[in-house]
Design a protein around this ligand. Structure first.
Ligand code: ATP
Ligand code: MG
Length: 330
C-alpha cells in the first residue's frame, strides 16, 4: 500500500483475499479489511492482529494480519500488509483443545479410580485386620457371640471387596463390548417377586418394599443376569439413599411387549448439578459423600438397559425422593 492506502502490488492470494474481505474503491484504494478501517490497522503496525470475519461469499474464516512499514521518506510511505488465513490453524487448535480436554477427563477418571479403589479397600481391609488381631490376641478366650461378630465382620468386609472387584470387571467388560445379552424365557412377575423377597431377607426391616404389578403378559424373553443387576442396583440405591427409612415402591407394568419398571423412594434425592453425569462411572452425588458407595451401580444399570435395547431415566427432587424408570422391550 502507498501513503493513500492504494494497493500497488499484490500477489495472487493477496488479490483473492482483498476481493473477499477488503473494501476497495475504483482507484484501488483499500478502505477496510473486514470490519476494520485500514487507517486503524496501520496505526498498530508491527503488531499481529487477529480477527474473525465472515466474508459475504464464503463461510466463516479467521484472519491474522501483520502490517510492516517498508519505506518512510518525506511523507511517502509504503506498507506491506500480510494477510494470513488461520482458519485451519483454528481447526487444529480445536483438535488440540479436544485432545487436552480428553486427557483432563482421563486424568480425572484415573484419580477417581485410585481414590475409589484405595478407599473401598482400606476400610474393609482395616476391619478384617482388626477382627483377625482380636481373634489372635484372645485365642480360645472369646465368648461365642464375640467370636461370631468377628467372623461376620470378616465375612462382610470380604464380600464388599469381592463385590467391588466384580463391579469393576463388569463395567470394564461392558465398556469393551464383551458383555453380551442372553435372552432366556422367564416369568417376569415371579422373577421380580423373588428378587424383592431376597432383598427383604438381607436388608434392614425398617424399609418397606412394596411390589405391585399390572401386566397383560407374564412370560418374557430377557437376560436374567442383567435384569438382576438392574433391579438390585436400583433397589439398593433406593434403600441406601433413604437414610431415614420409609417406603420404597417398585411397580411393574407390562403391555404391548414393553416392561416398564418404576422404582420410587422418598430419600435424599439427586441435586440438579449432579443429574447430568449421574450414569457415568465413579460419579457420585455431592449430597451422598457421607454414604458409602463407589459410583459404579448406575453405570452398570445403564449398560444392562442399553444391551436390552431399553431406556432409563429418572425424576428427582432433593430431600423429597427419586423415581427411576426402566423400559425394556421383551
Ligand atoms: P455403588 O457402586 O456401590 O452402587 P453408588 O451408589 O454411589 O455406589 P451409583 O449407584 O452409580 O453409585 O449411584 C451414583 C450416585 O447417584 C450415588 O452416589 C448417589 O449420589 C446418586 N443416586 C443414585 N440413586 C439414588 C437415589 N435413589 N436417591 C438419591 N441419590 C441417588
Ligand atoms: Mg449404587
Amino acid at each position: 500500500l502507498d501513503s493513500k492506502y492504494q494497493v500497488i502490488l499484490a500477489n495472487q492470494n493477496g488479490r483473492e483475499y482483498l476481493k473477499l474481505c477488503g473494501e476497495i474503491d475504483s482507484n484501488n484504494i483499500l478502505h477496510k479489511l473486514g470490519e476494520k478501517a485500514i487507517g486503524e490497522l496501520i496505526s498498530n503496525y508491527g503488531e499481529k492482529i487477529a480477527w474473525k470475519f465472515t466474508p459475504k461469499n464464503c463461510s466463516d474464516r479467521n484472519f491474522e494480519i501483520v502490517i510492516q512499514l517498508l519505506i518512510s521518506e518525506a511523507n511517502n510511505y509504503r506498507w506491506l500488509v500480510i494477510i494470513n488465513d488461520i482458519s485451519n490453524f483454528g481447526q487444529n487448535n480445536l483438535v488440540i483443545r479436544k485432545a487436552l480436554e480428553k486427557e483432563k477427563e482421563l486424568n480425572h477418571l484415573k484419580s477417581s479410580v485410585v481414590n475409589t479403589v484405595s478407599h473401598e479397600y482400606r476400610t474393609p481391609l482395616t476391619n478384617i485386620i482388626l477382627a483377625v488381631q482380636l481373634i489372635k490376641k484372645y485365642y480360645g478366650k472369646l465368648d461365642s457371640t464375640r467370636q461370631m461378630r468377628c467372623l461376620e465382620n470378616i465375612e462382610n468386609s470380604s464380600k464388599s471387596m469381592a463385590l467391588f472387584v466384580a463391579n469393576m470387571l463388569l463395567v470394564n467388560q461392558a465398556e469393551s463390548g464383551r458383555l453380551k445379552l442372553h435372552r432366556t424365557p422367564l416369568n417376569l412377575v415371579l422373577f421380580i417377586d423373588g428378587l424383592v423377597e431376597d432383598f427383604k431377607l438381607v436388608r434392614d426391616s425398617h424399609y418397606n418394599i412394596n411390589y405391585t404389578y399390572e401386566c397383560s403378559f407374564f412370560e418374557v424373553q430377557l437376560d436374567s443376569t442383567l435384569l438382576r443387576q438392574i433391579i438390585t442396583n436400583l433397589l439398593s440405591n433406593a434403600i441406601k439413599y433413604s437414610p431415614d427409612g420409609g417406603e420404597i415402591n417398585l411397580h411393574l407394568n407390562c403391555k404391548n411387549n414393553i416392561a416398564l419398571f418404576k422404582i420410587q423412594d422418598r430419600g435424599i434425592g439427586i441435586r440438579e448439578e449432579d443429574k447430568q453425569n449421574i450414569f457415568e462411572r465413579f460419579q457420585r452425588g455431592c449430597n451422598a459423600s457421607t454414604i458409602r458407595g463407589t459410583g459404579l451401580g448406575l453405570a452398570i444399570v445403564k449398560k444392562c438397559v442399553q444391551l436390552h435395547g431399553g431406556e432409563i431415566w429418572f425424576d428427582s427432587v432433593p430431600q423429597n425422593g427419586t423415581t427411576f424408570y426402566v423400559k425394556l422391550p421383551c
